[in-house]
Design a protein around this ligand. Structure first.
Ligand code: ATP
Ligand code: MG
Length: 270
């Protein structure tokens, strides 16, 4: 039986134009897109194609020049594209999480406090929040010894794991991630991708921008952006493990997914 996926948000006729001195640059051009609950959506495309701009618009980090972004939350419709800065900040606090390429942790606070400060914007029950923060940190293998540390005392991989926890501490409807492994070595990349996959398996909806096939394979829906418009997209089905790992019980599916993604990207001229 075909079950229609539940929409989290819809962007309609989205445009973003930057004006630099006398030149206008049309970065997003009448783009239409819906994001669905439970999906791990991946956005790919060449450098400068507008991926970050799209992510910032969808997440309410920035406003589009034209068009609408409607969230379907709390059984109601919320149109955020016209919100002022204060309303957008409140909306983000309540509904979205964000992970950047650079972790942007506050260096003057411990890892735990970095997570807590974000959680306290929304939650008043400090005790319950502390437990949730510690549980989440421990799920990404940041133990008590580590979460007392300041970001500068942690490895890049540990810092980014803390940043992911901060992104999900308020149980966002959707977690946005802009090249979250772009600054990590291969071991840490694998580690952070595993964390994102686990979160998605537990139901967390994710929208991630990436430049690598390795990261994109984690998604089930791959969207290709070219010059500010969506060229095409494919449905890959859920991540089935590493296609190179001979002990992977889903090896055949993984290999097929990998090939399908490669073919798609080749068609897109990637
Ligand atoms: N705040 C801004 N002011 C002016 N131009 C901008 C601004 N932000 C982005 N742009 C321009 O918009 C275009 C798209 O930028 P964007 O950052 O969305 O690309 P991207 O696809 O994320 O690229 P990359 O893969 O390199 O991160 C670029 O030409 C960029 O210079
Ligand atoms: Mg970018």
């Amino acid at each position: 039986m075909f079950v229609e996926k539940e929409k989290i948000l819809t962007a309609k006729d989205l445009s973003k134009t930057f004006s630099n001195s006398s030149v206008q640059q049309h970065v997003l051009k009448n783009l239409n897109l819906s994001i669905y609950k439970g999906d791990f959506t991946v956005i790919m495309g060449n450098s400068g194609s507008g991926k970050s701009t799209l992510l910032y618009a969808l997440s309410g980090m920035d406003r589009p020049s034209m068009g609408t972004i409607t969230y379907f939350t709390d059984d109601s419709h919320t149109e955020i594209s016209t919100y002022n800065n204060d309303k957008l900040a409140m909306f983000r606090r309540d509904h979205v999480g964000f992970v950047f390429q650079q972790n942007y942790l506050n260096d003057s606070m411990s890892a735990l406090d970095n997570v807590m400060i974000c959680g306290l914007l929304k939650n008043t029950d400090r005790k319950a929040l502390t437990k949730k923060a510690k549980d989440l940190l421990s799920s990404v293998e940041i133990n008590e010894n580590d979460y007392r540390k300041f970001p500068t005392q942690m490895s890049g991989g540990q810092q980014q794991r803390v940043a992911v926890v901060r992104g999900v501490i308020n149980s966002p409807e959707v977690l946005f991630a802009d090249e979250p492994t772009g600054a990590l070595n291969s071991q840490n990349t694998e580690n952070v991708l595993d964390i994102l996959s686990n979160l998605n398996n537990e139901g967390q909806s994710i929208v991630m921008v990436t430049h690598t096939i390795k990261a994109a394979e984690r998604g089930n829906r791959i969207i290709y952006l070219a010059d500010g418009v969506i060229s095409d997209e494919i449905d890959l089905g859920p991540y089935a493990g590493d296609y190179k790992d001979e002990s992977n019980p889903n090896l055949e599916i993984s290999k097929e997914r990998h090939q399908k993604l490669k073919n798609f990207l080749q068609d897109m001229g990637w």
